[in-house]
Structure formats: structure tokens, C-alpha cells
Design a binder for this molecule. Structure first.
Ligand SMILES: NC(=O)c1ccc[n+]([C@@H]2O[C@H](COP(=O)([O-])OP(=O)(O)OC[C@H]3O[C@@H](n4cnc5c(N)ncnc54)[C@H](O)[C@@H]3O)[C@@H](O)[C@H]2O)c1
Length: 291
């Protein structure tokens, strides 16, 4: 197993230091803010052509708008960084196809995007799924993925969507034989936390009693949070590595049982090939034109 020379404090620029990405075309979703912006900037600084998409280009919760985008795509694609996402919507919200909004946006939208762009991927293409340490908290409930029979929980919904992102990396690696990996960026102040209450932010150690954001030791800057994304998108250090999950220390994580309260490793449910196959079938079914 490879060990990278990077740590939680490494920046995206540290990871790309000395690399010339001239001629490489990279698509970064959610590239206009937070981690996507830092990822895009670092890749551009290293010479890559970066297509940083925002909600205005397509809505990840709307497969039809993704189709329009992928049908219009021209030219080769060397990497996709599936970075856009939403977290902990307070109320159960559904996409037009009935899917719970976090699963629809964080997973299904990226599935549609990646499969829609397949023909443009180069033989050495990299696919990067920005997951989260939240994947440790809940697996995908295949009996009720859309919260039709169980009570909605904003964090369980987020966790299962991030589990799904890791499973997508596993599935792409197995089914297409491509280089596809997932990652947890660590904790970073971004607009991702906009749905969280002050009490939750304070419990996370991310806000003081006056409402000011604070940066405890376990928080990163966006440039540090983007380190694993650019490693997986462009660094030769991980040539040959696929279907893996990199943790917030920018290392391949070991497999652990999973469950709330864990802070390290990748849950067994996030890398189980049977779960990956099942999720793939679920997504294919959801995107059938008749639906
Ligand atoms: N910030 C953290 O602490 C943290 C921790 C773990 C994982 N992550 C993951 O990192 C990724 C980036 O998040 P961030 O922290 O930079 O937050 P962010 O809110 O700054 O960025 C998310 C981006 O996703 C885009 N987006 C959201 N819904 C969309 C939709 N329906 N269609 C198209 N684009 C859409 C937004 O416009 C935004 O640009 C997310 O996948 C998130 O789950 C972040």
C-alpha cells in the first residue's frame, strides 16, 4: 500500500509542486466556491485547463439538465472532480424524481454526469469523488434509501449520500477499470455549513458563543482541504491506485466496522463490492428514460 508524503496540513499547491499539467483538461463540479474553488485554482496554477462548473451550468438534482450539459461536451477529459454537494438539509426535501435531495445531488447527479461523459474520458483519466468522514456514520439503507418509511434525519441522509460517493468510486473502478478514488477533505469553513444552527456549529467547535467562526486545530483551510482532490485528480504518486478512499490525512484509509463516533478509517459498508453493484443498479434504474 502506498503512503503519501502529505499530511492534514499539506495544501493543494504542495501536492502539485513541480508538476506540469499543461494539456490536461479537468472538470470540477461546484468549482465556484469552497473546496472546488481551491481545487480549481491549484490545478490551473499547475497548468491544467479547468472547467469549473456551478449550479448555473446544470443542477445536479436534475438529470435532464445534466444530460443537456454532457451532450454538449466536446474534447478529451483527463479528470472529473465530483466535488459539489449539500449537507444536512433540515427538512426532508425531494428532487423532482422523488429522490431525497442529498442523495440526488451528492451521488445520483454525479453518477449521471460521469456516465454521461464516459466517451470523452481518456485512457488515463482520473475520477475523484469528494466524500466525507461522515461516511463512517451510516451506510446506504437499500431497503429505504429515500426515507419513505423511516424518519428523516439530516445527518443520516448526508452520511448515506457520502457513503454512496465512496461506493461509486469502487463501482467505477470495478466496472470500467478506470482510476476512480474517493476522499474525505477534513473540516473546512465553507457555505456547506449554511444549514447548521449556531448550537450545532458550537458543538462542532466551529463557532464561539458570540457567533464568530473559530478555527480549531482540526479545521483546515480550503487550500488544505483541496490537497487530496488534486492528488487524486493529477498526481503520478497514485498511478495504479483505484477504488480507494483517502482520509483527511491524505492517506489511504484502513477499513473499519463503521458507526457513529468514529473519526478514522473507511466503513466496510462504503467499500463493499456487493453494495457498490447494488447502488450502481439503483442509479441505472433511476435514470431510465421512462421514469
Ligand atoms: N467543508 C467541509 O468541512 C467538508 C467536509 C467533508 C466533505 N465536504 C465535501 O466537500 C464538497 C465541497 O463542499 P464545500 O465545503 O466546498 O461547500 P460549498 O458549499 O462551498 O461548495 C459546494 C458547491 O456545490 C455546489 N452545488 C450544490 N448543489 C448543487 C446542485 N444541485 N447542482 C450543482 N452544483 C451544486 C454549490 O453551488 C457549491 O459551489 C462537498 O461534496 C462536501 O460534502 C466538505
Amino acid at each position: 500500500m502506498i503512503v503519501t508524503p502529505f499530511t492534514a496540513r499539506s495544501t493543494a499547491a504542495d501536492v502539485l509542486d513541480g508538476l506540469d499539467l499543461t494539456g490536461r483538461r479537468v472538470l470540477v463540479t461546484g468549482g465556484g466556491s469552497g473546496l472546488g474553488l481551491a481545487t480549481s485554482q491549484a490545478l490551473r496554477d499547475a497548468g491544467a485547463e479547468v472547467i469549473a462548473t456551478s449550479r448555473a451550468d446544470f443542477d445536479l438534482a436534475d438529470p435532464a439538465s445534466i444530460n443537456t450539459f454532457t451532450n454538449a461536451w466536446t474534447g478529451p477529459l483527463h479528470a472529473i472532480v465530483a466535488n459539489a454537494g449539500i449537507m444536512a438539509l433540515p427538512e426532508l426535501t425531494r428532487a423532482r424524481n422523488g429522490w431525497e435531495m442529498q442523495l440526488a445531488t451528492n451521488f445520483l447527479g454525479h453518477f449521471a454526469l460521469i456516465t454521461g461523459l464516459r466517451e470523452h474520458l481518456t485512457a488515463d483519466a482520473r475520477i475523484v469523488l469528494v466524500s466525507s468522514g461522515a461516511q463512517l456514520n451510516a451506510g446506504l439503507d437499500f431497503d429505504d434509501p429515500q426515507f419513505e418509511r423511516r424518519a428523516y434525519d439530516p445527518w443520516v441522509a448526508y452520511a448515506q449520500s457520502k457513503t454512496a460517493d465512496v461506493l461509486l468510486a469502487v463501482a467505477l473502478s470495478r466496472k470500467w477499470g478506470v482510476t476512480a478514488n474517493a476522499l474525505a477533505p477534513g473540516r473546512i469553513h465553507t457555505s456547506l455549513q449554511r444549514h447548521l444552527s449556531d448550537a450545532t456549529m458550537q458543538a462542532m467547535g466551529a463557532m464561539d458563543q458570540t457567533g464568530e467562526l473559530i478555527h480549531p486545530d482540526n479545521f483546515k483551510t480550503p487550500e488544505q482541504g483541496a490537497a487530496a482532490s488534486v492528488l487524486l485528480a493529477a498526481s503520478p504518486l497514485i498511478d495504479g491506485v483505484t477504488g480507494r478512499y483517502f482520509d483527511e490525512d491524505v492517506q489511504i484509509a484502513g477499513v473499519v466496522p463503521g458507526g457513529t463516533g468514529l473519526h478514522a478509517g473507511v466503513a466496510h459498508w462504503s467499500v463493499d463490492p456487493a453494495n457498490a453493484d447494488r447502488l450502481w443498479d439503483l442509479a441505472i434504474e433511476a435514470l431510465r428514460p421512462s421514469r
